[in-house]
Design a protein around this ligand. Structure first.
Ligand code: PMP
Length: 391
């Protein structure tokens, strides 16, 4: 008798389709600036989260090299046990200061950090209210918490209010939202959400993985974008794998909340500490955000330039307000042929189709970086014209 796990793996349609169309898990042989190479072919990377283009910044690379030499490749242990080092604590202090909150805890990945931001606080018997478009890490945190879940429609504080109207005053409530939704490029209407949260005594968790480095003064994130302090949130979490040119994640808020989370969030407690080189890269990127404003400025200039091209071609960008810019094509076939035509012309993007996106919103995910050059935009425009004719 065939083992049911093997049977499941052999019969999986999603996997068979993915392999047939070779649409995911692309691998590159080389990377430099905004370019990547696959089987010797040079392509412009138009879907990276390296928004500020800092992954090759000489200061970032040098800091990571130095940390590697000084501390070795890994701390080989969990923070709780033998993995904590002074460089973790230094970055935690720096990031807490940058966000204007009391404390911060850094984790091995953004996924672990964002999961922990929820399951480190919510528990069975609580109610979590979540925007229906939040990231997988947040759904995982909710599932692990055992709390009851109520979804509300995307970026819709009125719908949240409606959901809350039917709930008991006595139940502990958590609101989970993102600063920038990276598939749609939307910014959350934070002040409106906070007003509803305050009225209903909701503990608010904001995943600002894509807002950090991109929005607000010196890239301080979504709260800063709205002229608010991160203290107006209960917890901010996020990732170092976007603007901060590294890997790792964080959870930030009041000191006693972070200490509480460190006793309760299993993903943060039982995974290894972030490696020295990754901490050094994120820490230096954080300095660069404050000392070299030209990267953030260039990012937004590039976003304007790219949007002008997309508008000229009458492509649907789902009203993106940020450097994460989808091109909505409306069906799996159209998205596939558009994506393929761009790749043929040397532009690398990511395809996302239902059920990953709502039906009718099948799209190509593109993202702009401060590293994109004039020459890149000329090539991108030509390729987009070509792809538009192919569908
Ligand atoms: N939250 C959001 C909104 C994300 O987009 C991501 C990464 N795509 C994560 C969390 C997880 O971050 P990481 O990739 O660093 O694990």
């Amino acid at each position: 008798m065939i083992n049911p796990f093997y049977q499941r793996a052999r019969k999986c349609t999603a996997t068979a389709l993915r392999l047939k169309y070779s649409a995911y898990y692309d691998s590159f042989d080389k990377q430099a600036g905004s370019r990547v190479w696959q089987d010797g072919k040079e392509m412009i990377m138009l879907s990276s989260n390296d928004y500020l283009g800092l992954t090759h910044h000489p200061r970032v690379v040098e800091a990571a090299q130095k940390a590697l030499e000084q501390w070795g490749a890994s701390s080989t242990g969990a923070r709780l046990a033998n993995g904590s080092r002074s460089y973790h604590e230094a970055l935690e202090e720096k990031l807490a200061d940058f966000l204007g909150v009391e404390a911060c805890h850094i984790t091995i990945s953004g996924y672990t950090g964002c999961m922990s931001a929820i399951c480190g606080f919510a528990q069975r018997g609580d109610l979590v209210l979540a925007d229906k478009n939040i990231h997988s890490s947040l759904w995982s945190g909710i599932a692990l918490s055992g709390a009851k879940l109520e979804r509300f429609s995307h970026n819709n504080p009125a719908d949240l209010e409606e959901a809350l109207a039917h709930e008991s005053k006595d139940i502990a409530k958590m609101l989970v939202i993102e600063g920038i939704y990276s598939m749609e490029g939307h910014i959350c209407p934070l002040p409106d959400f906070l007003e509803v949260a305050r009225k209903h005594n909701c503990f608010t968790v904001l995943d600002d993985a894509h807002g950090l480095g991109v929005l607000g003064i010196e890239g301080r994130g979504t709260a800063s974008h709205f002229g608010l302090s991160s203290k107006s949130l209960d917890i901010t979490c996020g990732s170092f794998s976007k603007s901060l040119a590294s890997t790792g994640g964080f959870i930030a808020g009041d000191q006693y909340l972070i200490e509480y989370m460190k006793s309760h969030a299993r993903p943060a407690i039982f995974s290894a500490a972030l490696s020295p080189a990754q901490v050094a890269a994120a820490s230096t990127a954080l300095d660069i955000l404050q000392e070299e404003p030209e990267h953030l400025q260039k990012l937004w200039e590039n976003v304007d330039r790219y949007n002008a091209i997309l508008q000229d071609l009458k492509l649907d960008t789902w009203e993106s307000q940020t450097p994460a810019i989808p091109i909505v094509l409306g069906s799996k076939d159209r998205a596939y042929f558009f994506w393929k035509a761009l790749k043929e012309k040397g532009i690398f993007t990511i395809i996302s189709v239902a059920p990953g996106v709502p039906p009718g919103k099948d799209l190509i995910r593109t993202a702009i970086s401060a590293r994109h050059t004039d020459e890149d935009f000329e090539k991108i425009e030509e390729a987009l014209r070509y792809a538009s004719k192919k569908i």
